[in-house]
Design a protein around this ligand. Structure first.
Ligand SMILES: C[S@@+](CC[C@H](N)C(=O)[O-])C[C@H]1O[C@@H](n2cnc3c(N)ncnc32)[C@H](O)[C@@H]1O
Length: 352
């Protein structure tokens, strides 16, 4: 089971509004792009089949969450341009995501599964691009912690001057590399796929351990170089002390160089589901981060002007209802259900 996906579904279920649905409210594709699931042909070749079979057998649910988020991006391809998302997600995860979307559509749900993933991806893309341009075209490093099946190094042209580091478990990075290598072979569907980043280094590490920074540095990461840290869908899988350790380590870099942090945080209620395996939360990341050494913290909620991308016009959409309530409110006044929030946060710091 994929925790983030499960969380997204649960919060949707909890707040699900049934009734008339205008397709435009959640930004579904025009026409029938969701009417049928078209799997990439390459998924049916022996090499790719074997790699995905290994994922199904050998990866735990935490690692498989990487494929679930890729499936979400593949399903929302009308707004998220990720040409390899379907390949990296695999048939099982694509089919199960597709089934959820179909169910939501049949139920006339106001929010369609995956909309949070789509908005989150687009928010990280846009903030990453803005952060890199704030470095005035200088060279930069981008570190993706818990990179999973993230394909930004192949899809974002703003990374052309940046050295990208993907950090994840060795099993995840090995199979991801093999999938992409197989896809780019001369006769294959993705033969024209090219890296858009200046360089890409995969760093096998467990960020709960103390040696991950050392591993990053041994792989070429330079503390003194401008850096953007991308923590997308990762912090809440860590315990409180592990997450704080990671954030402190990043904050320490603010004294050395221009540092930008992009991260999503769950609030407490979001981690309190009975089935949840989420741990770390913060109700006030905008208060927490300055205590660690970050300045200039900006927090967005899904649906805010910089975090909706035209995907949620309906004021009755649960995200719009949620953000109309003060953040200190813990339960919905209408029905007493918990206010489950996902905060998108950017923070930065530089040597004085
Ligand atoms: C929900 S996925 C998100 C992947 C990617 N950031 C994205 O948004 O598509 C979480 C990823 O974090 C990785 N991860 C979780 N805990 C980790 C840890 N302690 N060290 C390294 N990677 C971790 C998982 O293997 C998985 O790839």
């Amino acid at each position: 089971m994929h925790y983030l996906f499960h969380f997204l579904l649960l919060i949707l279920r909890n707040f699900l509004q049934l009734g008339d649905m205008s397709d435009k409210e959640n930004g579904p594709p025009e026409g029938s792009a969701w009417a049928e699931l078209k799997l990439p042909d390459l998924l049916f070749t022996d090499t790719i089949r074997e790699l995905h079979a290994a994922i199904g057998k050998e990866w735990d649910s935490l690692q498989q969450s990487a494929c679930q988020t890729a499936a979400g991006r593949a399903m929302w391809k009308h707004v998220v341009h990720d040409p390899v998302a379907g390949l990296l997600a695999g048939e099982t995860h694509l089919k199960s995501f597709y089934d959820k979307i179909n169910k939501d559509r049949l139920n006339n749900a106001r929010e369609i599964s995956g909309v949070i993933l789509a908005v989150r991806t687009l928010w990280f893309d846009s903030k990453l691009e803005a952060a890199l341009s704030s470095f005035n075209g200088g060279e930069a490093q981008v570190v993706l912690l818990g990179a999973g099946m993230d394909a930004r190094a192949y899809r974002l042209s703003c990374l052309k001057e940046s050295d990208v580091f993907e950090v994840d478990f060795p099993e995840v990075l090995q199979i991801k590399t093999s999938l992409l290598q197989a896809a780019m072979e001369p006769t294959n569907e993705y033969q024209h796929l090219r890296m858009t980043a200046k360089s890409l280094t995969r760093v096998a590490a467990d960020i709960r351990e103390h040696d991950w920074v050392e591993k990053l540095q041994k792989s070429g990461f330079l503390r003194e170089k401008n850096t953007v840290w991308v923590l997308e869908g990762i912090l809440y899988y860590l315990s409180h002390s592990q997450a704080m350790q990671v954030l402190k380590m990043i904050a320490d870099n603010c004294c050395v160089t221009h540092t930008v942090l992009l991260a999503d945080f769950m609030n407490k209620s979001s981690t309190m589901l009975s089935t949840s395996t989420f741990h770390f939360y913060s109700d006030w990341p905008d208060h927490l981060l300055p205590t660690l050494g970050f300045s200039d913290v900006k927090l967005s909620q899904i649906g805010d002007p910089d975090a909706n991308f035209g995907l949620m016009h309906d004021p009755l959409n649960m995200f719009n209802k949620l953000r109309s309530l003060p953040r200190s409110v813990q339960t919905h006044p209408d029905d007493g259900t918990p206010c489950r929030r996902l905060y998108l946060v950017q923070a930065s710091g530089s040597p004085r």
